[in-house]
Ligand binder design. Structure first.
Ligand SMILES: O=C(O)CCC(=O)C(=O)O
Length: 270
């Protein structure tokens, strides 16, 4: 398997748990990202919003370029030749409806050969009250086939109890780098202030950016593999249909359950 971190101890911990935390940005860089957020032409109003939910391409591009430049420069010395694919802000407003349920991110390259990453960095200190990430250590071993048009493997575990998940408390500018297959979620922000974070999707520089997808209903034995680039998030609104089909990947319908997770994941808790 492709190494993720240059440092072997960090890599070993990442491979075991599915994530690694690391102070990454200094106060001036956090301030630059905060300023980028404050001056975005189009801000979401929903209780919880990823940047890619927006229809305003100029706004998404402004965020994407800033996050890729700034966070990409800081992750380059740590990661084993990874390249930024897409950068965005993630807003969790101070609202009881701002929780986000259990999920795995889509994969953005061939997960049989590569690990794709989410580098998530809050712009304020985060804890259980204001919407820190909660992760299920070791759950990245569930290499499900995920992507647009493919039923989510997490539909039966959306309300899994928080026990077993680990709350990743971080200072502003500190990063959690996690495997796209790691199960994670975030509770509602019950503090008085909105929580803004940045997220950078990164893939190995030698990998072709690609999504698994189904463009004609529920898949049976195979899903399409389509090459993408950052326009998938920026101009195309996560619609893979105009990207070239470059192959097919075997697909077995999978629904993760609490029982399967106990067997495959919780044993990895350290
Ligand atoms: O920002 C959050 O609260 C959740 C982020 C998340 O789930 C993700 O980036 O995949």
């Amino acid at each position: 398997m492709y190494a993720v971190f240059r440092d072997s101890a960090a890599n070993e911990q990442f491979l075991r748990t599915g994530y690694f935390t690391q102070p990454l940005l200094d106060a001036s860089e956090v301030a630059m990202l905060q300023d980028g957020w404050d001056t975005l032409p189009d801000k979401p109003t929903a209780p919880f919003a990823f940047g890619f939910f927006s229809n305003n391409v100029a706004s998404k591009r402004q965020a994407h370029e800033l996050v890729c430049d700034l966070v990409g420069a800081r992750t380059a010395p740590l990661l084993n030749n990874y390249a930024p694919l897409y950068g965005q802000y993630v807003l969790k407003r101070s609202m009881a409806e701002s929780g986000f349920t259990v999920h795995q991110d889509w994969s953005f390259a061939d997960e049989r050969r590569f690990v794709t990453l989410n580098v998530w960095i809050p712009l304020v200190d985060v804890n259980e009250e204001n919407g820190a990430l909660f992760v299920l250590p070791g759950s990245q071993s569930n290499r499900t086939v995920r992507g647009p048009g493919i039923p989510s493997p997490c539909d039966d575990i959306l309300d899994l109890p928080f026990d077993g998940f680990r709350c990743i408390e971080l200072r502003a500018g500190e990063a959690i780098v996690f495997d796209s297959a790691l199960l994670h979620r975030s509770p509602p922000n019950l503090s008085a202030c909105d929580r803004v974070a940045v997220s950078l999707i990164s893939i190995p520089a030698s990998a072709e950016a690609a999504v698994n997808c189904s463009t004609c209903g529920e898949p049976t034995e195979f899903v399409d593999v389509r090459h993408i680039n950052s326009s998938f998030f920026l101009e195309k609104g996560l619609d893979p249909t105009t990207f070239p089909k470059v192959g097919a990947a075997p697909y077995v319908p999978t629904r993760l359950s609490a029982t399967s997770l106990v067997a495959s994941s919780v044993g990895h808790l350290d």
